[in-house]
Design a protein around this ligand. Structure first.
Ligand SMILES: NC(=O)c1ccc[n+]([C@@H]2O[C@H](COP(=O)([O-])OP(=O)(O)OC[C@H]3O[C@@H](n4cnc5c(N)ncnc54)[C@H](O)[C@@H]3O)[C@@H](O)[C@H]2O)c1
Length: 411
């Protein structure tokens, strides 16, 4: 069996903890409910993961009374880069179901704003009704901030300053891309912001994560080791400055590692502590990006369970294609392996082995980003806590921060 609810509850972010915090007996993780149903309806040999958030509206012990619902209709996206474009496409998928519009996109780069206008139109929004501006200040006094969600999708170094600026303008609902901040110290400062902040940790909302959990629970197996690898060839993007801001290059531990840590903590039911870490630079023809190439963090979780997380952004060193997998090894010879979506078709899968013989296989469609954004919008509307609040963001940063220290010592 996985750790019991009692064994798990120290994290404060797992499902039992959230249930206690919300005072609800039902699961409040909408994605988990969705994925669980998807798995139960699996025909032998394969299943279709659900990609929309329809079941979010039924999670959480029934809808609150009308007076308790928030009106959340407008989105302001801060940043118009690679990830912001993905967010806009996801909002397009949620547009009709949730009745949302994009009030504004903010990016100082004119070409990014022009690109976002095209993306908005392609996503089905009336692009002419959205404001595309260079600075958040241009929106001051123009928005109904009670019904607006501000989605912060800028380089990590700028997360706090822009979230704080939006909060000071009166924003009450904020989504901040992972990792919450570039340092643990700055992550703590989010606690003082007025308004509700959700960290955009899409792998918590992944159908693969949910299906792996369901498989482990139905096997009744106890994990003793977990391994994740989230690798990709980021060299072309990194050489063009993706995710950078003046004086800041994201460390490898802030790119894919937040996802890996979040999945491990969710899957193993407890926040781990770092026992080892190493990193390497990314060497490009025109220079070296310190700590940006590849690295690993090893965690020890409750009950002596170990998890090891490797990430390479170098591509050529390992695999060319984007590769995101998690494998949980159990004491009874069972092994559950998840392959997260890495291609535009969002195909993903989970396989179950016992003593090296494959005993089950689930094909999934894993649109975790849409589900994560939709889950936050629903949680804001229902005034429910999410699994991805500031405390969750701080726990992840605590691990990454310790990883920085141990990796520096190991050099
Ligand atoms: N959840 C995920 O899977 C995932 C994937 C990729 C990136 N991310 C996160 O998304 C964030 C953005 O990454 P990206 O890859 O889009 O980077 P990017 O470099 O492609 O885009 C960042 C954009 O922010 C803009 N910007 C800079 N200063 C700004 C300001 N003051 N106001 C508004 N916009 C400003 C830049 O002009 C740029 O267009 C990072 O925090 C990253 O960690 C998350």
């Amino acid at each position: 069996m996985l750790a019991s609810a009692d064994e798990r509850h120290a994290c404060g972010h797992c499902e039992p903890c959230l249930r206690r915090r919300s005072g609800q007996g039902e699961a409040i993780l909408p994605d988990m409910a969705t994925a669980s149903r998807a798995v139960r309806s699996v025909p032998p040999g394969g299943c279709q993961g659900r990609t929309n958030i329809e079941s979010n509206t039924t999670a959480g012990g029934g809808p609150p009374g009308e007076g308790e619902m928030e009106t959340v209709q407008e989105i302001v996206v801060l940043g118009g880069g690679r990830q912001a474009v993905r967010h806009l496409a996801c909002y397009g998928k949620l547009r009709e179901e949730l009745g949302i519009g994009i009030a504004a996109v903010v990016d100082p780069a004119e070409d990014r704003r022009a690109n976002c206008r095209a993306v908005l139109a392609a996503a089905g929004f009336d692009a002419d009704s959205s404001r595309l501006v260079a600075d958040l200040e241009h929106l001051d006094g123009t928005l109904d901030l009670d019904s607006t969600v501000v989605d912060v999708v800028v380089p990590t170094r700028l997360h706090y300053s822009l979230a704080a600026a939006a909060s000071q303008m009166g924003a009450r609902h904020l989504i901040v891309e992972k990792p919450l901040a570039h340092s643990l110290e700055e992550a703590f400062r989010f606690l003082d912001l007025s308004g509700t902040v959700h960290v955009l940790e899409n792998y918590l909302f992944s159908a693969v994560t949910a299906t792996m959990l369901e498989c482990l629970e139905s096997l009744g197996s106890r994990p003793f080791f977990m391994r994740t690898e989230f690798s990709k060839d980021r060299r072309p993007d990194s050489s063009k400055g993706r995710g950078t801001s003046p004086g800041y290059v994201p460390h490898v531990f802030t790119v894919e590692m937040p996802h890996q840590v979040a999945v491990a903590n969710r899957m193993l039911g407890s926040v781990g502590h770092v026992v080892d870490a190493w990193d390497e630079d990314m060497v490009l023809p025109d220079g070296t990006l310190a700590g940006h190439g590849e690295g690993a963090i090893v965690l020890m979780h409750e009950g002596g369970v170990t998890s090891c997380h490797f990430s390479s952004l170098n591509g050529f060193r390992h695999r060319g294609a984007t590769h995101r997998t998690a494998t949980v090894y159990c004491t009874d010879g069972a092994r559950v392996r998840g392959r997260f979506a890495s291609t535009p078709d969002l195909r993903a899968g989970v396989e179950v082995f016992r003593n090296d013989r494959r005993i089950a296989s689930h094909d999934l469609t894993d649109d975790s980003l849409t589900r994560a954004l939709g889950g936050s919008l629903e949680a804001f509307r229902r005034r429910q806590p999410g699994p991805n609040d500031v405390h969750f963001g701080i726990e992840v940063l605590r691990i990454i921060d310790r990883g920085f220290q141990l990796a520096a010592e190991a050099r």
